[in-house]
Write a protein that binds this ligand. Structure first.
Ligand code: SF4
Length: 361
């Protein structure tokens, strides 16, 4: 199997849509997915337009660049302007803090280098140990294991991380339990769930009666996952099921989670525009604090109060309350080549996905 052709098969997709239409639903339902890549598939293949009108697909807070706090970006900018070499992923460098993006800081002479992973950042640190090098560690449980692994390998003393790693399952569960995310079922992100395992989502089904399906990223994967959710909702069931069995297991990647657990512990963490969410972030354990840039350089704790740009409605986009096209700045002052809010920056941001597919109000 190529794992592409089969999962882009038109006849199979059409058959799934027909089956979906046959499922009786007592009321309109909302299905939330938690991943920018799923939103891309849904928009790119026009899946929303294939669904019955009583099934709404909403995009949740699953873009790591979108939820990285503006004030963490400010701290990275502060370090770069002090002469530390700040290493960062390309899309994160374009996200604007309260004033500037790291890309803008670089054009003003700040030392910002684009890297593909922590491995590149450590190479830079090793190549000149007279320079202080900081890796801006952004991402979910998909990128946290490699950060943890390389911290365990004892990088040079001139290296540290500015940590913004976040953990998806507690965030989704918490946002639902607090009434911030309205949904009847969840499509769990296939790649992140490959690490956390399906079991991390069990409380949603058991405690809150919300069915969960871990999904792959091709159109047939997504339609199949929607079908598996809608069927459960129609039958009054709430189980955690696996559509993406070619990658996801119940236990997940135990080794990767253990590696995270050796270096980080869970903490309450801030998600940009959304606020603090219990147990949704990873913080370096005390024994690794010499690699914590905030500790090493005495960075002050930040106040996250005013981190969204006036008029930017990313938080509502990320909670599925509005569509990107309902933001008054969408494709007027906020465009992919001149983003204002974080959802227009990353290829996983809902606004950028809608904009690059020319979806208009
Ligand atoms: S269009 Fe731009 S300003 Fe509006 S919500 Fe999206 S990213 Fe924010």
């Amino acid at each position: 199997m190529s794992f592409l052709k089969e999962f882009r098969n038109r006849e199979l997709a059409e058959a799934l849509v027909r089956k979906l239409r046959d499922i009786p639903l007592r009321k309109p339902i909302k299905i939330c997915h938690v991943c920018g890549t799923h939103e891309w598939t849904i928009v790119h293949y026009g899946l929303r337009s294939l669904l019955p009108a009583n099934i709404e697909l909403i995009a949740g807070p699953g873009c790591p660049v979108c939820i990285t706090p503006a004030l963490d970006i400010d701290q990275a900018a502060e370090l770069a302007l002090q002469g530390k070499i700040v290493t960062v992923f390309g899309d994160v460098s374009r996200s604007i803090g309260t004033k500037y993006s790291l890309e803008a800081v670089r054009s003003e002479g700040g030392s910002v280098k684009i890297v593909y992973s922590i491995i590149d950042a450590i190479k830079i640190a090793k190549s000149d140990q007279s320079k202080e090098v900081v890796f801006f560690a952004v991402g979910f449980e998909t990128t946290a294991p490699i950060t943890a692994l390389y911290i365990l390998r004892t990088p040079p003393k001139n290296f540290s991380i500015l940590n913004s790693h976040r953990y998806v399952p507690p965030a989704v569960i918490n946002l639902y339990s607090r009434g911030k995310l309205e949904m009847d079922g969840v499509i769990a992100p296939g790649h992140a769930t490959t690490i956390s395992g399906l079991k991390a989502y069990e409380p949603l089904a058991k405690e809150y009666g919300i069915p969960v399906v871990a999904s792959g990223f091709e159109p047939v994967d997504v339609l199949m996952s929607i079908f598996m959710l809608v069927k459960q909702i129609s039958e009054g069931k709430a189980e955690v099921l696996n559509q993406y069995s070619r990658s996801v297991t119940w236990e997940g990647n135990v080794k990767a989670m253990q590696t995270i657990g050796r270096v980080f512990e869970l903490t309450d963490a801030h998600w940009r525009g959304i606020g603090k969410i219990d147990h949704s972030g990873f913080v370096l354990k005390d024994e690794f604090k010499d690699y914590d840039a905030r500790y090493k350089y005495g960075l002050k704790n930040v106040d996250y109060a005013s981190e969204m740009h006036p008029g930017c409605r990313c938080a509502e986009v990320m909670l599925g309350r509005i569509k990107p096209t309902q933001c008054p700045l969408y494709m007027k002052t906020c465009k992919p080549n001149k983003p204002i809010g974080p959802c227009m920056v990353s290829v996983e941001g809902a606004c950028r996905i809608w904009a690059t597919h020319m979806l208009l109000p």
